[in-house]
Write a protein that binds this ligand. Structure first.
Ligand code: ATP
Ligand code: MG
Length: 231
C-alpha cells in the first residue's frame, strides 16, 4: 500500500471535519474521494500533505508514518499536491509556475521535468512565457497539475481538478490524469462531480459529514456517489 490512512481525525477549533476515516491507496491506482460540500474531502487531502494537523490517527506513506512531519518533508518524500481552486502564481510565466514545483531538484532534473511535461501538455510549450493568470480556467488547471507533477511525485493529490470547468476541459484533464497513471503515478483525487471522476478511478470512497459512507471498487460505490452528486 503506497498510502494508508488509519482512523484520521481533523478538527478546526470546535468543528470536527473528519471523524476517524480510514483510506487505502494502492500503488499505481487512481483512488477517488467523492462527496458533497463539506464532506471532508479537502480536509483529508490537506492532512496528507500536512497543511492541517491530524488530531488523531496515522498517515503512513511508503511505510513511514508522516503524520507529524512538516509539509516540505512530505513533499520531498514524493507527494505532489494540486490544490482546490487551481491556484497558480498569476503574474509568473507558465514555465516559471511549472518550475516552481521542481524547486530543489537541481537544474538537470528540472529541465527533464519541463521537457516531459511539455511533451505531455503542449499548452505549456505554446504559452511558455505568458503570465499564468491570463490563461482560461482549464488551462490554469493544466498548469497547476504540471506544477504538482514537476517533482516526479510517487503520489499525486488532486483536490477537485474539475471544479468549474467546461466539459471539454474535464476531458483534457481526464486524459492528462490517464497519462500520468500510465507513467506509474499513483493518484488520490477528490471530486464533487462524480460522473467524470468515476470514469478515471479504480476505487473510491463516498464521504459525507466527515465519515466514509461506503468504499470499494468504482462499481460498488457508483450508485451512492451519483446519488450524492447533487446534494
Ligand atoms: N479552516 C476551517 N475552519 C473551520 N472549519 C472548516 C475549515 N475548513 C473546513 N471546515 C469545515 O470542515 C468540514 C469539512 O470541510 P472540507 O473543506 O474538508 O470539505 P470538502 O469535502 O472539501 O468540501 P467542498 O466540496 O466544499 O470543498 C466542513 O464542515 C467545513 O465547514
Ligand atoms: Mg474541498
Amino acid at each position: 500500500m503506497l498510502l494508508r490512512i488509519e482512523d484520521l481525525w481533523v478538527r478546526y477549533g470546535g468543528i470536527t471535519a473528519l471523524s476517524g476515516i480510514s483510506i487505502d491507496v494502492p500503488e499505481g491506482e487512481t483512488v477517488l474521494l467523492v462527496g458533497a460540500n463539506g464532506a471532508g474531502k479537502s480536509s483529508t487531502i490537506n492532512a496528507i500533505i500536512g497543511l492541517v494537523p491530524a488530531a488523531k490517527g496515522r498517515i503512513i506513506f511508503a511505510g513511514t508514518d508522516i503524520s507529524h512531519i512538516p509539509c516540505e518533508r512530505r513533499a520531498r518524500l514524493g507527494i505532489g499536491y494540486s490544490p482546490e481552486g487551481r491556484r497558480v502564481f498569476p503574474t509568473m510565466s507558465v514555465t516559471d509556475n511549472v518550475l516552481s514545483g521542481a524547486f530543489g531538484l537541481g537544474r538537470k532534473r528540472q529541465m527533464e521535468a519541463l521537457e516531459w511535461l511539455r511533451s505531455t501538455f503542449p499548452l505549456l510549450h505554446d504559452r511558455a512565457s505568458q503570465p499564468a493568470g491570463q490563461l482560461s480556467g482549464g488551462q490554469q488547471q493544466i498548469v497547476a497539475l504540471a506544477r504538482a507533477m514537476a517533482s516526479f511525485p510517487k503520489l499525486l493529490l488532486m483536490d477537485e481538478p474539475f471544479l468549474g470547468l467546461a466539459p471539454v476541459w474535464i476531458k483534457q484533464i481526464s486524459d492528462a490524469i490517464l497519462q500520468l497513471r500510465a507513467r506509474g503515478t499513483t493518484v488520490l483525487m477528490t471530486e464533487q462531480m462524480a460522473r467524470p471522476a468515476l470514469k478515471l478511478a479504480t476505487s473510491g470512497y463516498v464521504m459525507r459529514g466527515g465519515e466514509v459512507r461506503r468504499s470499494g471498487p468504482v462499481d460498488a460505490i457508483r450508485d451512492l456517489a451519483l446519488a450524492d452528486e447533487y446534494l
